[in-house]
Design a binder for this molecule. Structure first.
Ligand code: GDP
Length: 444
């Protein structure tokens, strides 16, 4: 059910209680009436003012800062207010219950303030998604990526494209509709094809950065693989510095795929420990190995561990397709003269914590190569990427050849506009009409 936007909504907008301060936010047409009943005269807009907050029957509930934001210059575009309370559970409960008693006033649903901001044109879908990511960001790179979206820089890129597409469509439509009137030269739309070609190039560049956006937002998948007992679980534990995987000296202990998260230089890294890969008839272990191979296939990077201290080299069953691999010689503290004379990309001892920083740096180097982008105003969600692909396909079709006829080319451009509109949530029928009427004197 779509929530009623005539109602005034309120919610505790700050975190879990108890806390130093709790912020209750209100938005909607009754905001100032309600506030007036609680605090008396309203403070000056956008200036914090210390007030007593009383129930309607005069009981003092708390004292705190109150800020009002008259619409449309507010987060939601409606009249809004913030009440900064002492962050005690009973204080907040008393104020929320008082608010609930007002007519047309109810507790907000999840995301409803943002939804109203979107519906009132304060934020587009990309900014809303960015805002959600900003709140969920755990690493510095996730924060930076989300900031580009939530503060509107990615939307600015899409808005620029939208303008150009609209202009191009207006020119093409004008040529289609008014070519016979003589005042619009027949080749007027020809001017737009070079720009659309450039636009296609820009969309392509954005799509090239899609993997970078995905890695930064969702994390970089590093899989630790190797034969049983080479020290995979020990490495996982050493890297996260706590006991995550059970380490034993019996081969075949890790039967499932263990997973933990690291923050390497601000990047979220998902580290997977897998079952050692070997030939076995034991059904549970076989299932573990099947899952391990699946995880390796989806990895961004494989750390292929080999026991550098083993008396003899064991047969290795790890196959990693075309995923980048770092071969790591383990247990270097236990190397003897009879150990295999192998070369590895890196050598470590999890037991003695040797080589772990080099390993982190090696992971970071691959990570940086895979996420190298000039700007972080890049798509980070499947939804955005799918629409970008549609835009590209349609603009390319429109640009490709004049043989298909101007009507068909116009149709491809309309579809491209539609897909772009779906990314930001801005639908373009009105804008298109406006553009046509402003660019050409077609009414004469
Ligand atoms: P996995 O089966 O590949 O996960 O290997 P484990 O991490 O369970 O380790 C297998 C055995 O090797 C255990 O007895 C560990 O204590 C031992 N081991 C792991 N890393 C090191 C190391 O750096 N040095 C030494 N000397 N032994 C290690």
């Amino acid at each position: 059910m779509i929530p009623d936007s005539n109602e005034t909504i309120f919610a505790l907008s700050s975190g879990a209680l108890p806390a130093g301060v709790a912020v209750v936010r209100l938005s909607g047409p009754a905001t100032f009436v309600v506030l007036n009943a609680l605090i008396g005269t309203l403070p000056r807009p956008r200036f914090a003012s210390l007030r007593s907050i009383r129930s309607r029957d005069g009981v003092l509930l708390d004292t705190g800062l109150v800020v009002i934001f008259p619409g449309p210059a507010s987060f939601t575009g409606e009249d809004c207010a913030e009440i900064h309370l002492h962050g005690g559970k009973a204080v907040v409960a008393a104020v929320l219950s008082e608010l609930e008693g007002f007519d047309g006033c109810r507790i907000a649903e999840a995301g409803e303030f943002s939804r109203r901001a979107f519906e009132n044109g304060k934020l587009d879908l990309v900014e809303i998604e960015g805002l959600a990511d900003l709140l969920a960001a755990e690493t510095e790179m996730q924060r930076r990526l989300a900031a580009e979206q939530s503060f509107g820089r990615l939307s600015a890129v899409y808005d620029g494209w939208r303008e150009r597409l609209l202009h191009a469509r207006a020119m093409v439509e004008a040529e289609l509709d008014f070519a016979d009137e003589g005042d619009i030269p027949g080749s007027v739309s020809d001017q737009v094809w070079p720009d659309l070609n450039a636009l296609a190039g820009e969309v392509r560049k954005q799509l090239e950065a899609e993997r970078a956006g995905e890695i930064i937002r969702d994390g970089f998948k590093v899989v630790i693989a190797g034969s049983p007992n080479v020290g995979k679980s020990s490495l996982l534990n050493a890297l996260v510095d706590r006991e995550v995987a059970i380490v034993t000296e019996y081969a075949g202990t890790t039967r499932d795929v263990l997973h933990c998260e690291l923050d390497i230089a601000g990047f979220a890294v998902h580290l997977f420990d897998t079952a050692g890969i070997r030939e076995t008839d034991e059904p549970v272990e076989r299932e573990g190995i099947r899952r391990a191979l699946g995880t390796i296939a989806e990895a961004d990077l494989v750390l292929h561990l080999k026991d550098a201290s083993a008396a003899a080299e064991s047969v290795d069953f790890v196959h990693h397709g075309d995923v980048p691999v770092i071969t790591v010689g383990t247990k270097i503290d236990a190397i003897t003269d009879s150990s295999p004379k192998h070369t590895y990309d890196l050598m470590i001892s999890s037991a003695q914590k040797v080589g772990l920083d080099d390993l982190r740096q090696a992971i970071l180097q691959v990570l940086r190569e895979k996420t190298y982008v000039i700007s972080l105003a890049i798509p980070s969600r499947i939804r955005q990427r799918q629409h970008l692909r549609d835009i590209l396909a349609n603009v390319e079709e429109a640009v490709r050849s004049a043989d298909i006829g101007l009507e068909l080319r116009a149709e491809y451009l309309r579809r491209a506009s539609d897909s772009l509109g779906r990314i930001t949530g801005k639908i373009d029928v009105e804008a298109m009409l406006g553009k046509i009427f402003s660019d050409f004197c077609v009414g004469k």
